[in-house]
Ligand binder design. Structure first.
Ligand code: NAD
Length: 384
């Protein structure tokens, strides 16, 4: 198949493009390098050095003999989006190209507006381009488990059978997102479901959990193929941060009680889930939702797991929670759709964490210690 990966220079987009290319799909990437710009804005960098997109692509061609064409531009530029779809003629589009950090969206009004404008308008431009050029293209769109929040009922895969005053309907699952970033994903989901209903688009919305890990079967073939490893308090995901803190001999910083439970998955499962979704498209007019996570842990359990695996003393420290979120809650998520398509999850194992300790140890001179501590508060940016 011909697959276009939007956000193909990012943490997940790049290894996904490699995985799809390695699986025999004609794969192209699109990116505007916004993510590299946030690094400069925040004064942070990936722990593992990453190459420019052109160099990465050349390295992949050298290693695999396969070429990945690139399109550099912004999804907010509708003419560019239309041109790329006409030129590349994808069968499937994988859409990672959004601002993806909840803390970034909560810095202040400007960052909230940027996030929602970038994410919602970029996706709208894409929907229109698909509807006008080829509604048969299958869109695999990255959403997040954070769209659901932590409701006091079981979380279904996107849809809920509702009975109200003696009548029944199948409705989009009600959402209780926890940041303006997560809200942007909810808005996308609603827009996309509408596009399926009115234009017959075919969409798979992947409500993805928090991803950990940095290596895939393809990225390990050459150091130039490495993907990002973010650890800072704005873009770093929690397990990656704990691993770094353990190696540096710093306390693992748990926000609040640490009893908040979230869904997680290994980066190797992310790339495989995308392949499975691409190769098993949604029907025309279908808004298909999968919960893309493999395990649930509380933040305190994760910290303890890292501490148990580390060959040395590790302290766990509770910080005042900068976020506004439920400290204690029910969490039971259905996530059988992707397993039904053949996913065989890599569950969080000691070997994975050991390999992450090694990656960190090899790059620990690059760590900016100040970047590990949270500076963005959910209520802190309001001017009184
Ligand atoms: P990332 O920031 O590393 O990658 C996103 C890429 O999209 C970047 O390279 C960026 O430059 C590009 N981009 C952003 N806006 C763009 C625009 N308007 N036009 C063109 N390119 C644009 O993020 P990631 O961690 O790889 O996440 C990818 C997707 O997966 C995101 O949509 C995110 O919400 C979702 N997701 C990620 C995680 C996670 O743990 N990383 C968890 C759940 C969901």
């Amino acid at each position: 198949m011909r697959v276009l990966v939007l956000g193909g220079d990012g943490y997940l987009g790049w290894p996904t493009a490699l995985h799809l290319s390695d699986s025999g799909h004609e794969t192209a990437v699109l990116d505007n390098f916004a993510r590299r710009g946030y690094d400069r804005e925040l004064g942070v960098q990936s722990l593992v050095p990453i190459q420019d997109l052109d160099l990465r692509i050349a390295a992949w061609e050298e290693v695999s003999g396969r070429r990945i064409p690139s399109y550099v531009g912004d999804l907010l530029d509708a003419d560019f989006v239309y041109t790329v779809l006409r030129e590349f003629e994808p069968d499937a589009i994988v859409h990672f190209a959004e601002q993806r950090a909840a803390p970034y969206s909560m810095i202040d009004r400007e960052h909230a507006v940027y996030t929602q404008h970038n994410n919602v308008v970029g996706t709208l431009n894409l929907m229109y381009a698909m509807a006008e050029i080829n509604p048969d293209i299958h869109l695999v769109k990255l959403g997040t488990m954070g769209e659901y929040g932590t409701p006091n009922i079981d979380i279904e895969e996107g849809w809920l059978e509702v009975e109200h005053n003696g009548r029944k309907d199948r409705m989009l699952y009600p959402k209780k997102p926890g940041s303006f970033y997560h809200l942007s994903k909810v808005h996308d989901s609603h827009n996309l479901e509408f596009g399926c209903r009115v234009w017959g688009l075919r969409v798979t919305d992947l409500n993805q959990g928090v991803v950990y890990g940095q290596q895939t079967d393809q990225t390990v073939r050459d150091a130039r193929l490495a993907t990002r490893f973010d650890y800072d308090a704005v873009f770093g995901t929690v397990l990656n941060r704990f691993v770094i803190q353990a190696v540096l001999g710093e306390p693992l910083t748990v926000y609040g009680t640490g009893h908040q439970i979230r869904g997680f998955l290994d980066i190797r499962d992310t790339v495989e889930c995308i392949r499975l979704a691409v190769e098993n498209p949604a029907d025309a007019g279908e808004f298909r939702v999968f919960n893309q996570m493999t395990e649930s842990y509380s933040v305190a359990e994760l910290a303890q797991h890292v501490a148990d695996c580390f060959p040395g003393p590790v302290q766990v420290e509770q910080l005042d929670n900068p976020r506004v979120e439920q400290a204690e809650h029910y969490y039971n998520v259905k996530h059988t759709g992707l397993v039904g398509l053949g996913l065989q999850p890599h569950l969080l194992s000691d070997t994975l964490i050991d390999s992450m300790f090694d990656i960190v140890a090899a790059n620990k001179d690059r760590v900016d210690h100040a970047a590990l501590l949270p500076t963005v508060k959910w209520r802190g940016h309001l001017k009184s």
